[in-house]
Design a protein around this ligand. Structure first.
Ligand SMILES: NC(=O)c1ccc[n+]([C@@H]2O[C@H](COP(=O)([O-])OP(=O)(O)OC[C@H]3O[C@@H](n4cnc5c(N)ncnc54)[C@H](O)[C@@H]3O)[C@@H](O)[C@H]2O)c1
Length: 323
């Protein structure tokens, strides 16, 4: 399918990645983007800069999706999920219900509606502590219910591609960062945690000695990958691809890069290591490069600068959603 001239449904479209993606799809010529989001972590204000006549929001749970929302939809990007690893440890049932039953509801409704193409947001968490570099052929050994739920959802995507003709592929996202990523959670990812500390003039908290590595991919590059995934899903039905720069950075180097991008550097404070934290993350991205032409364009310095500039302008009302 071609995104240009199409109608696309984005689940989780009011969230961090989703709201950027809705903008990217419109920019690439989608005539209309429909959003399903229960606003549990997403915010409607993330979508307000976009042209309202081309964006429609269904404020609902993906588990309640019906043929009504999928009518005349050409492609689906499925992002809605319980995204917290920590919360999944405390309540694995809730995570599985949202992420596996929720994905099944989306796939079944999309297959019944004859949707042409689907891209699913999976995660590097499917690999768990498998030794890097991680390629799509590496063993899949998730360490959390969150990672296991993403793996189960990937196999549903594959099953629907094989058995129901729904052309779907999974993108295994590594650490995505960029503007609008929330730092107001106890599970905030490393970049928003550093950026919000930095902007508040507080030291950045590094867990452990900071030699652990992360694969940090800018949200704009992830949006490009989703657009291409929709357009090429028909060639790779059921496949999964790593989406990362393929260039790990240490948390210490990241802290230094954030410090360099701030007007006033804040320094670093070391906390004890967090139990269960992966020490080394490193992705082999050759498959995505070959199949999807995926080459991230954003440098870490450029991405951090864009993130910090955007965060300076933003006013979040912590813990609230807007209906
Ligand atoms: N941010 C990352 O680094 C990263 C890495 C790997 C995978 N992912 C995956 O990418 C996707 C998007 O993540 P994000 O970082 O933008 O998180 P996010 O929390 O900002 O986005 C998730 C969105 O889904 C919505 N949502 C959650 N449960 C829902 C439900 N049951 N029904 C309807 N809407 C629901 C939320 O309100 C939110 O808007 C998720 O599937 C996540 O697992 C993200």
């Amino acid at each position: 399918m071609q995104v240009d001239g199409s109608r696309i449904l984005v689940t989780g479209g009011a969230g961090f990645i989703g709201s950027h993606l809705v903008g990217a799809l419109l920019h690439r010529g989608a005539t209309e983007v429909l959003v399903i989001d229960d606003l549990s972590t997403g915010l409607l204000e993330n979508l307000t800069p976009l042209p309202e006549e081309r964006v429609s929001v269904y404020s609902m749970d993906i588990r309640d999706v019906t043929s009504r929302e999928l009518r005349n939809v050409d492609g689906v990007v499925h992002l809605a999920a319980d995204v917290s690893v920590g919360a999944s440890m405390k309540d694995p049932w809730a995570t599985f219900d949202a992420n596996v039953r929720g994905t099944l509801a989306v796939l079944e409704t999309a297959a019944d509606a004859g949707v042409g193409s689907l891209a699913f947001a999976s995660s590097a968490a499917v690999y768990g502590d498998t030794p890097p570099p991680l390629s799509e052929d590496s063993p899949l050994r998730p360490l959390s219910p969150y990672g296991a739920s993403k793996l189960a959802a990937e196999s549903l995507v594959r099953m629907f591609a094989n058995e129901r003709g729904l052309m779907g592929i999974s993108l295994r996202l590594f650490n995505v960062y960029g503007p609008r990523q929330r730092a107001d959670s106890e599970y905030a990812a490393v970049v928003p945690a550093f950026v919000s500390a930095g902007l508040a003039g507080e030291p950045m908290k590094v867990h452990g000695d900071g030699t652990q590595t992360r694969e940090l991919v800018y949200v704009g590059d992830v949006c490009d990958a989703f657009v291409t995934a929709l357009e090429r899903a028909g060639h790779y039905p059921g496949r999964a691809f790593n989406i990362a720069p393929g260039a790990p950075v240490t948390v210490n180097d990241l802290a230094e890069a954030v410090n360099n991008a701030l007007d006033a550097p804040v320094g670093v404070e070391h906390d004890p290591p967090r139990p269960g934290d992966i020490h080394e993350s490193s992705a082999d991205v050759r498959a995505a490069r070959e199949a999807l032409g995926f080459v991230p364009r954003t440098t870490l310095e450029g991405g951090l600068r864009a993130t910090i500039e955007a965060e300076k302008e933003k006013v979040y009302i912590a813990g609230t959603t807007i209906e």
